[in-house]
Design a protein around this ligand. Structure first.
Ligand code: PEP
Ligand code: MG
Length: 601
């Protein structure tokens, strides 16, 4: 009976709108497909009359979805209802997290020599001879079959584990099904690249070429790039993402000028991450093997630099190096405002990798550990949770961990929340204590065991009244009692992200040990604008937000910190400090910059 019900169940569908100006491109598509595959149901996407399997990377990509395109997701089968909910929230989060680089602002500069204009990929200054990208193919002895070469390439990408490598792996998996030899793989890749011609997603074609090159290499056909032994500025149509690390670590490269990439391509992302001065410009207009000047602060190539131009560029280079060294060397220092007030800069982290980055970037502790994405696909065992938390807790002395904040824009496949018309106003955060006590109980148990002997803070998300906090804290105390764990090392507090709390601070002062203001949600609820909404956007710098913060800081008698995105906004930091906030928790990569901003408020 059940089988018939599933077979003939009506399809569910939903409209999704692409909000990232990068389009629905390879990395988010790969993550979306991964999620879609975990459900027992069919998932299809329809756009402009074309319907494709949304459980396959290449077919979903073939829709070439760009910003503001709305497509229909149709789901049918046993887990359709659950899949619809999870995929909708996953899509929204992917769109929101897909930070777009619109255009990097150019600084003004004037040079005597003839200049060529370009688009900035990565800022810097380089003075060196140009060198044209060259490759040669070398055939080594090959012992692998085509299938074994594919498996080896897939495993290598998996081991690298970066978002880009995993996205390439997903592409390879989708090509694998229809390719049974190097020849057919090559043909399929050419077809995919052809289909991308003229679309905004053309920059993705290097990912296809990269895969082909890696499979060829596994088959003994190495494509070797040759570089000069002295300093050079590389000119190329485009580079493969896998070539950037080698270029940055094993050569004397000073700068890179590419003709055909886009500022959001994987190649561009990796060039920025490696800090190589890089520009997009018409390389055919640049002389070969001649000394040029690349000023990618100004988005310029000086083709015929005068001696004055060279002097000017050298001075800029020197200044940049000193500045970089200065903020990097000071990132571990405690930070004081010019008037001598000490401000603590902590980090918002989600796993051990981000905690380690935070440490490396100079964070003084963890101001928000988002536990919901510590285990994204399967429900962890108590032991797995305890081990992961213990490792993260060991990175800093100052730790604030948040209990599961699932619901709204965040979903986990193993936490079943009924379909709601307004998920942001429904079961999320601390409200899960009512509906999923066993999951929270296990999480608290893991936190207690992992924090044994260490002072830590636990905070509850989405608290809207005092009773909710009291119940959550008593629940935690019961868990400790059941497992006979002493939790006197733990402080309990709340996230301030629901506006009702603004009117209850006096009552909360009686029960909480601390507050952490989550401006991301607080702003969405103050303005009644969903934080993932494709069209509506709130101004996070609105005086309304600062007035809410002032209310909290003035009335709170317990320590207050801020962990929303606003804490890293360079236009907000001075105001936050003037309001009296002394602890800011920001994303790991924003720590050094936030500290530098504080030093100059
Ligand atoms: C917030 O709401 O400001 C916050 C920090 O929490 P999250 O972004 O995880 O909801
Ligand atoms: Mg929040």
């Amino acid at each position: 009976m059940q089988l018939f019900k599933n077979l003939f169940s009506r399809p569910l569908s939903i409209q999704l709108t692409v909000t990232s100006s990068n389009g629905f491109h390879l990395r988010p598509v790969a993550q979306f497909v991964n999620e879609a595959k975990s459900f027992e149901c069919s998932v299809e996407a329809t756009f402009h009359g074309k319907t494709v399997d949304a459980k396959k990377v290449n077919t979903l990509l073939s829709l070439s979805l760009e910003k503001e395109d709305t497509f229909t997701l149709t789901i049918q089968g046993k887990e359709a209802e659950k899949a619809l909910k999870v995929l909708q929230t996953r899509f929204n989060t992917l769109m929101q997290d897909d930070k777009e680089v619109v255009a990097i602002e150019k600084e003004s500069a004037s040079y005597d020599g003839e200049v060529l204009d370009g688009d900035i990929i990565s800022k810097g200054v380089a003075i060196a001879s140009t060198y044209l990208y060259k490759t040669e193919e070398i055939q080594h002895n090959n012992t692998l079959s085509f299938n074994a070469a594919i498996t080896q390439t897939r495993k290598a990408l998996e081991t690298q584990g970066t978002d880009i490598a995993l996205a390439q792996k997903a592409l390879l998996v989708s090509l694998e099904e229809k390719s049974n030899s190097l020849e057919t793989l090559e043909q399929n890749i050419h077809k995919e690249i052809e289909a991308l011609q003229g679309t905004k997603l053309f920059a993705k074609s290097v990912d296809y070429q990269d895969i082909l090159q890696q499979v060829k290499k596994a088959l003994g056909l190495e494509v070797k790039i040759t570089f000069p032994s002295e300093k050079f500025i590389l000119l190329a149509d485009d580079l493969l993402p896998s070539e950037i690390a080698m270029l940055a670590n094993n050569t004397e490269v000073q700068g890179v000028i590419l003709k055909e990439t886009s500022i959001n391509s994987h190649t561009a992302i990796l060039l920025r991450a490696s800090g190589i001065a890089s520009l997009i410009a018409d390389t055919s207009k640049i002389p070969l093997d001649r000394e040029i000047l690349l000023d990618s602060f100004a988005g310029l190539v000086v083709l015929t630099p005068s001696s004055d131009d060279i002097e000017k560029a050298k001075a800029l280079q020197e200044k940049t190096n000193v500045q970089k060294a200065h903020s990097a060397s000071k990132r571990f220092d405690t930070v004081l405002t010019p008037s001598g007030k000490q401000i603590k800069v902590l980090a918002n982290v989600g796993d051990i990798q981000s905690a380690k980055i935070a440490k490396d970037e100079g964070a003084e502790g963890i101001g928000l550990l988002r536990t919901e994405f510590l285990f994204k696909s399967v429900k962890p065992s108590l032991q797995a949770q305890t081990d992961a938390l213990k490792e993260i807790f060991s990175t800093f002395d100052d730790i604030t961990v948040r209990t599961l904040d699932v619901g709204g824009d965040k979903a986990l496949p193993y936490i079943d929340i009924p379909l709601e018309s307004n998920p942001f106003l429904g079961l999320r955060g601390v409200r899960l204590f009512r509906t999923h006590p066993e999951i929270l109980s296990e999480q608290l148990h893991a936190i207690f065991v992992a924090s044994k002997g260490k002072r830590i803070k636990i905070m509850f998300p989405m608290v809207s009244n005092v009773d909710e906090f009291r119940k959550a804290k008593s629940f935690a105390q019961e868990v400790a009692k059941t497992h006979t764990i002493d939790i006197r090392n733990i402080d309990f507090g709340i996230m301030i992200e629901v506006p009702s709390v603004l009117f209850l601070i006096e009552a909360f002062n009686e029960v909480v040990d601390f507050y952490s203001i989550g401006t991301n949600d607080l702003t969405q609820y103050l303005f009644a604008i969903e934080r993932t909404h494709p069209l509506l956007k709130v101004d996070e710098l609105s005086p309304v937000v600062f007035s809410a913060l002032e209310t909290v800081v003035k009335q709170a008698t317990k320590p207050v910190s801020i962990c929303g995105e606003l804490a890293a906004n360079t236009d907000a930091i001075e105001k936050l400090i003037n309001l009296g906030l002394t602890t800011l928790s920001v994303s790991p990569k924003s720590v050094a910059q936030t500290k530098e901003t504080i030093r100059h408020v």
